[in-house]
Design a protein around this ligand. Sequence first.
Ligand code: SF4
Length: 691
Amino acid sequence: MENIVTIDSVCAYCGVGCDIAAHVDIKENKIKKIFAHPDGATSEGKLCVKGTYGYDFVDAKERINAPRIRKSFLEKNPHIKEVIATSLTELDNTWYESDLDSATTAGAMKLKDIQAKYGEKSVCSLGGARSSCESAYYFQKFTRFTLNSPHVDNCARVCHSPSLKGMRLTIGEGAASNPFDDIYKTEFMIVMGSNTTEAHPIVGNRMIKAAQNGTPIACFDVREIKLHKFSKYKAITPHESNLLVLNMIAYTIITEELYHKDFIKNRTKNFEHFKENILADPYANPEFFRDVAGYEYLADMLPEIAREYATKKSLILWGLGITEHVDGSYAVMAIVHLALMTGNIGKDGAGVMPLRGQTNVQGVCDMGMLPYYAPDYQAPKEVGLMTPQLVDGMLDGTIRGVLNIGEDLTHIHPNLNKLIKAFENLELIFVQELFMTDIAERADIVVGVKSAYEKTGIYINAMRKVHLSTPLVKSDLPDDWEVIKLLDEKMGGGYDFNSSEDIWEDVRKTATNRFSGASYKVLRDNEKAGISWPIKDDGTGTPVLHREDFRTQDGIGAFRYHGYTLSGMVEEIINKKLKGYHLTTGRIMAHYNNSAQTKYTEKLMKRHTEDLLLVHEDDAADFTSEKVILKTEYGETNPLTVKFTDKVRPKTLYTTFHHANSKLNHIFGDKSDELIMTAAFKSIQVEIVSA
Ligand code: SF4
């Protein structure tokens, strides 16, 4: 036991950002156990299964150790091969192994060739939300200033970009207004489009505890989820009806004059316009549901929810069930409208909280890994393209090179047949990863990098808590930013960053609105309690936003009415033409996204080995084989095992998307959020084919 030390850090998975402690054998350089830090304010002494068991990946034999360069890439680029020839050793039929210096030399030479031939903007950088703030910051800086290309984006494109957009346009800040613990302070909670107990389990625990202590919850989903058991209002809604339902809640608040007149007068604008439009909206009266077969109860339930919400200190929390629709940004605005109308924002226990997905998706956006924002949400020198537009650029030949950090695009993005074809047009795919993920298998150059448990770096969770992580074990692999630094030097840039702290000091000087007081020392001193941004120069944070003013330019919150457009399943139901099956997708606790890390942990893999298709028992006649293929005009899945349940509605199907071999994202097309291009993953009509 004398070799075992305890090291504190932060969980490497979801946006809850639990405080962890680990027993590490320093002699073996091996994590022996991970558990909740006893004083951890976020974890409250408990971790979910991913946090507890999901560390075997660190030592997995499948880790990429030496950089790999595709043989066919070097055959097409003999001038590059000539320069790095002595570094190459044969790995297999596809790959050479090389060293970091040669791999980055090859990457930089090809970037130069591409930019000379097709222009500076023919390359783009796409970064995942598992990278630290420091790496994300340097990645966008290198791309914007050394490469001189405006094209940077991150995987928030396929998750919470509509939350950022909808909240920026109404209250000026695309982040949770309150800390998780306000779940204990609120008097009423609406949870919408979030299977919190699976996707954000430690926040889900708080919701359950609050409910058991008497806080009523209104839980909205298209299927029955665990949280419904603890909810006063079990609202199961048709696919694609979020905006409809939210405008209906606003309608009751307006018609029953439950709104907060002083708050509206002093803190907001455009309410009268919003009110007139809601009253004139043909789909805003909850009575609409009175005739919608199977959903009649919502005509009475929605006004009851509206009354409780408006007359109590209330929170609204949401997940991707809100954002991954064509009207995702508008639904987010509709959520904010409810808070603005009732004054349920800017105080303890009342606010709006998007439950952001990955460990650092908040931070990567804060660092400016977005085509339309520089760090701190300032204006960039030039607006770049969003990922779906970049894919079109790959197809038409304007985009020729992709730099990628840990975002498995060819697994997690929609319309994969199109995306894969687009990738075939590229002349350079340079990937920094832990494992040979789907995108790595398609890359020209793959550099293995440190995992979250092997490096120092800042991660910002879904309540804006800025956490400086400590490495649990040592690794000789480079951190992401060290690979970028080599590329940067070889491309003629050469920022003088020699540690993650150097980069963070640059962040603090650039992103002064949020991070000026967030030195490494301040973060270390407040590690357990945590500090939420904005962090002032004296090191104090801001757990609750919008207390006095909104973070818009004029400090005023804005209503922006958008009417519901009758579509999808709702239209089919009211026209009594519901024939097809609608699929929705979601997460399960044992895995994270493309399972890049969790699939290398046996204890997690054995809990969930495949993406099962949940089907209502009444639909059994259409599912006569054990496995079915789902098909759309865009493509088809691999055979999925059918499981009958009463937890989904008839004609509603549900599956997870964790396993690349399901080929689930092949069936989604380009249908996406109208403002911000986030894929409409939460609802698609599918054809069933027996496998
Ligand atoms: Fe990790 Fe999220 Fe689970 Fe907490 S809830 S242990 S952050 S995966």
